[in-house]
Structure formats: C-alpha cells, structure tokens
Ligand binder design. Structure first.
Ligand code: PHB
Length: 387
C-alpha cells in the first residue's frame, strides 16, 4: 500500500467516524399543503415563513437532519383537497405533511393521512374532528381547535354583561364550530344567542346580514372571519355605522394579520386567541425580533403556529436522533413534548391538540394587544376521539 493511499483511507475513516449517522441520511421530505391563492393566501405564507424560521434558527436542520421541501397550493378548496394531498403522499412520497389553513381541506387531509399513515402536522385549521372523531396516532396540531377561541369569546362576552348576541360567520366547519363554542361559553355565563347569521365561504357580500343586525339590535355581535374576508367584514361593519352602537367580540382571527389593511375600522375590537402580538416575554420578544429580521415583516398568530409545527417535529426527531424510521419513539416524544412557543409553553392533550391559555386582546394600531387571560389552560374536550 502506498503512503498516499494510506493517508486518504485514514482521512476517510476519520470522517466517517466523526460524522453522525443522521448526516448520512437522505433529507427528510416535508410537504407543505397551504393556500397560496384566495382569501387565506397571506395566512399560508406566514405559516411557511414561521416553520422555516425555526429550522433556520437550528442551523438549517432539525435534530441534525436536512429537510427537503415540497409544496402544493390547496386554494382553500375542499373539492380539490384529496387530489392535492395525494400529490404529496403518492407522487412526492413525503415523510411529513404540514397543512393547512381551511378546516374543510384539513378534514380531507386527515382522512388521507390516517389511511396512508403519513405524519400530519396541522399548523392552523381548527376543525374539531381532527383532534376529535378523526384523531390518529400520526396526526398532530400546533394551533387550536375551533371550539377553543369560540368558547373563550363566549365566556368574555357573558362576563361583560351582554345578554343578547347575534353571531355571523362563513357557513363551513370553522365558522359553525367556532360559533358553537361561543354559544356554549356565552349561554353558560347567562347569555342567549338570538340568531345565527352566515354566508357561504368565501363570500363577502355582507350587506343584507348587516342590515339584519342593525334591525335586531343585539347587545353584542360575535364574528368569525379570517384573511381577506375578515378585512372586508371589519370595514363593512364600520361603514354600516354598526361599530359604535353594537360591539363586536370576535375570534382573534378577525384581526390577526389584517390590522394594517383594516386600519381605523378595527381599532378597539376585542377578541380571544392563543396569541397576542405584544406578549412581553423573553421568548415572544426574541421570536418577533428574529421574524422581523428574517422577513422585514411583523409576525402574527399564523407565523407562530408554523414555527411551533417545526418545533413539534423537531421534538420528535430529537428523540430519535433524526432517524424518522423510528416511528414509535418519535410519536411518543411528540405526544409528551412541551413546546416553548412564543405564545407561552404548551403541551398536547391526549388527542394531540394544544392545551393553552386563551388571551383577551384589543386591536391597537397594528397590534392585537394583550388584555389578560380569558380562559387559562383551555383543553379541547376531544369529543369522539379513540386512539
Ligand atoms: C379554519 O378553516 O379552520 C380556519 C381558517 C382561518 C383561520 C382560522 C381557522 O384564521
């Protein structure tokens, strides 16, 4: 053996000896299924930015494992959801799916994930069944259930002494379930919902419904809208002259990521959500600074949920040193993870939904400012889950 060969062989041997196993693995395939078009487009973008920010903070890897990204625009269209999710599952053969925003689309994704046993992390969609009747060992949520912010808003509205409420939303799972949560909290506190108004998703012709609210004069209106639709609703509510006379109490999505576009019309709106922009904790301050530095934009709840989806995946991967094939210990670690979120630390319910404080916020300038805890450590009941 010549000397040169010996030296090369020794160098190679040393490199392999010091390179951990995971660095030799192929990248983990992460499939984003999010809206890139339509009324929720901005929300999808924030989720992806949040996810990638956490990965970037870990040196571009999770638990030492490289990631390879795949993307599908789901258009927030439930009729295309099964085809779309199968692009990630069958065509791209991703290891993990991260998505989506729209509850109806997410329900179809959960079915496909359950059937194919593909890991799914839901970074927004609140459909109660995802961590209820459709729960599964491989399905996790880093966001909320629709019931959570709705219930907390009902509790707050009753505490404020309102007796007669009207609700208004889009007629699909997220709207219906959020309103159901509101009713539960409000009626428990002695209030009564007089009338539920709705229009099909993603319509924004609110005029006839606003006229009805003006005629009925409830003490309070509870609303769930989000994204582009929420911008239009808040402006129309103000333009119809309702803002001064009939207070809005909302699920926080009505004013999250939308305040710049809503301007004066949103100022003062009270809402409930698992995040407030100005939570003055070292964790949230560091997160917002890091997000602003990376993207020259302010973080919002969607960015937080995307960031925490990456943290949750990271917690699982860390337990198996990046070896995704070790499915059981990885799932076990995700199940019992404590996520150090910008919203505050949270753990998961047995059905894999965050157990979290729901805050009361008030829209001020371009921030949803913290006004206290509406309901502490709120756990979704996880109705119908058998795992
Ligand atoms: C949902 O469809 O579950 C949904 C959509 C947008 C939000 C929140 C929930 O901001």
């Amino acid at each position: 053996m010549n000397r040169r060969f010996t030296l090369v062989a020794a160098a190679l041997a040393a490199a392999f000896a010091t390179t951990p196993l995971m660095a030799q693995q192929a990248p983990l395939k992460v499939g984003f299924m999010l809206p890139a078009t339509g009324t929720f487009a901005a929300l999808g973008e924030m989720i992806e930015k949040g996810f990638k920010l956490h990965v970037q903070e870990q040196g571009g890897k999770l638990a030492g494992r490289e990631l390879q990204y795949f993307k599908v625009d789901d258009e927030s269209d439930p009729s295309k959801a099964t085809d779309n999710v199968n692009k990630l599952i069958k065509r791209d053969q991703v290891d993990v799916i991260v998505g989506t925003v729209h509850s109806g689309v997410a329900l179809a994704m959960a079915r496909a994930a359950k059937e194919s046993n593909t890991m799914l992390i839901v970074p927004n969609a609140g459909a109660d069944a995802i961590t209820g009747a459709q729960c599964a060992p491989n399905i996790f949520r880093s966001s909320f259930s629709n019931w959570q912010p709705g219930y907390a808003a009902g509790v707050v509205a009753a505490q404020k002494g309102y007796k007669r409420a009207m609700t208004i939303t889009w007629n699909y799972a997220a709207g219906q379930e959020t309103v159901k949560g509101f009713n539960e909290g409000f009626e428990k506190g002695g209030g009564k919902v007089m009338k539920e108004l709705s229009l099909p998703f993603p319509n924004v012709e609110f005029q006839a419904l606003l006229t009805e609210i003006a005629a009925q004069k409830p003490d309070v209106v509870f609303a769930f809208f989000a994204g582009g639709g929420a911008v239009k609703f808040v402006k129309d509510y103000d333009a119809a002259g309702l803002k001064k006379g009939i207070p809005l109490v909302a699920s926080g999505f009505l004013t999250d990521g939308t305040l710049e576009a809503q301007g004066a019309s949103a100022q003062g709106i009270l809402s409930t959500l698992h995040y407030a922009d100005n939570l003055d904790t070292p964790r949230n301050n560091a997160f917002r600074k890091s997000f602003a530095l990376a993207y020259k934009a302010n973080a919002d709840v969607y960015a937080v949920q995307g960031y925490d989806a990456a943290q949750l995946l990271g917690a699982g991967l860390a337990a198996v040193k990046g070896d995704f094939a070790k499915r059981e210990p990885m799932l076990a670690a995700m199940k019992k993870a404590s996520i150090d979120s910008p919203r505050g630390k949270f753990t998961l319910s047995p059905q894999h939904n965050p157990v979290q404080d729901i805050f009361l916020r008030e829209a001020k300038g371009t921030n949803n400012e913290y006004r206290g805890v509406a309901v502490k450590a709120l756990a979704d009941p996880g109705r119908g889950c058998r795992m």
